[in-house]
Design a protein around this ligand. Structure first.
Ligand code: A3P
Ligand code: MG
Length: 267
C-alpha cells in the first residue's frame, strides 16, 4: 500500500501544481490564516485516495478539523492530513509548501508521507522500517538523522520558520554554541532534520497536529525525536480537545547544550 499511496500523493501534487502555475483566489479563514483553492482541491483528492486505499479508517484533515474530541478520542487508528502546509509560501510562490499524510496509531505518528511538488521531493517514514527520500520519480534513498557535530569544528545547523519567527527562537539561538541558521516554510523543516541536513528545529510558536504529524513520522523513523519543549517528552496526537501542538523541538540527538539553551528561552 505504501507505494500506491506515494503514487497517489504525487498525482494530487500535480493537481496542486496546476493551480500554483496560474492565478488563484485567496480567502481568509476564521483564524485569519489564508486558504486557496489548492488547499481544498488537495483535501478532497487526498480524502478520496485514502478512502479508496484504506476504507473505514477515519480521516482528520486541516480542512475538516472540526470533528469533536468526543468522536475522535475513540479512534485507535486514523489518518491525519494537512493538504497544503505552508499556504503562505504557496501564495508567495517560493515553492516551500508540502502535502502531508500521516497514519496515527494510539496517538503516535507511525507512518508519514511529505511531498513537496515544486521541489519534486518526497520524504516517507514508517515506524520500525526506516525513512526514505525520493527525488522526482527516481529511486528512494534511505535517510537518517546525523550526530551533533563538535561545534568547535563544525557549526550546528538550526532551522526555523520563514513566516513565523519569535523572540523565544531568537533567545534559544543566542544561547546555542556555534551554529548556522536557515529559514524555510512548512513541514520541510522536520524533513531536513530527518535527512541530517539540520540538527535542530525549535518550534516556539503555535502549530497544529496536522502540520507536523507526517514529518514527525519521517523524523522518528530516521532516528530523531519530536519533543515537547517544556517536558522533553515525545509529542502525541489526539490527546485532548485542542489540536494545537505544544511548543516543541525536533532533534537528531538529545544534548545538554541545546537543553540549556531551551531553558534560557522565554517559552
Ligand atoms: N497561531 C497559530 N495557531 C495555529 N497554527 C499556526 C499558527 N500560526 C501558524 N500556524 C501553523 O503554522 C503553519 C506554517 O508554519 P511555517 O510558518 O513554519 O511554514 C501553518 O500551516 P498552514 O500553512 O497549513 O496553515 C499553520 O497551521
Ligand atoms: Mg499546515
Amino acid at each position: 500500500m505504501r507505494a500506491r499511496l506515494i503514487e497517489g500523493v504525487h498525482a494530487v501534487g500535480q493537481q496542486v501544481l496546476a493551480i500554483y502555475a496560474r492565478d488563484f483566489a485567496v480567502a481568509t479563514k476564521d483564524d485569519k490564516s489564508p486558504l486557496t483553492e489548492a488547499d481544498m482541491a488537495s483535501h478532497h483528492a487526498l480524502v478520496a485516495l485514502l478512502e479508496a486505499e484504506a476504507p473505514g479508517v477515519p480521516i482528520l484533515s486541516e480542512e475538516s478539523g472540526d470533528i469533536p474530541y468526543e468522536t475522535r478520542r475513540g479512534w485507535q487508528r486514523y489518518w491525519l492530513i494537512d493538504p497544503l502546509d505552508g499556504t503562505k509560501e504557496f501564495i508567495k510562490k517560493n515553492g516551500e509548501f508540502t502535502l502531508n499524510v500521516a497514519l496515527i496509531e494510539e496517538g503516535v505518528p507511525v507512518f508519514g508521507i511529505v511531498h513537496a511538488p515544486v521541489l519534486e521531493t518526497t520524504w516517507t517514514g514508517q515506524q520500525g522500517q526506516g525513512a526514505w527520500k525520493q527525488e522526482g520519480n527516481g529511486p528512494s534513498h534511505p535517510i537518517t538523522v546525523r550526530k551533533l557535530p563538535d561545534p568547535a569544528r563544525q557549526p550546528w545547523h538550526v532551522v526555523g520558520s520563514r513566516s513565523h519567527g519569535s523572540a523565544a527562537f531568537e533567545a534559544f539561538c543566542a544561547a546555542l554554541p556555534h551554529h548556522e541558521r536557515m529559514t524555510l516554510g512548512s513541514s520541510l523543516k522536520l524533513c531536513l532534520v530527518a535527512e541530517g541536513k539540520a540538527d535542530l528545529y525549535p518550534r516556539l510558536t503555535p502549530t497544529c497536529e496536522w502540520d507536523t504529524a507526517a514529518a514527525h513520522a519521517v523524523v522518528t523513523a530516521a532516528g530523531g525525536e519530536v519533543l515537547n519543549a517544556h517536558t522533553l517528552t515525545p509529542l502525541r496526537c489526539n490527546q485532548q480537545d485542542s489540536l494545537l501542538n505544544p511548543f516543541f523541538i525536533v532533534c537528531g540527538q538529545r544534548d545538554e547544550r541545546w537543553r540549556n539553551a531551551l531553558r534560557a528561552s522565554p517559552i
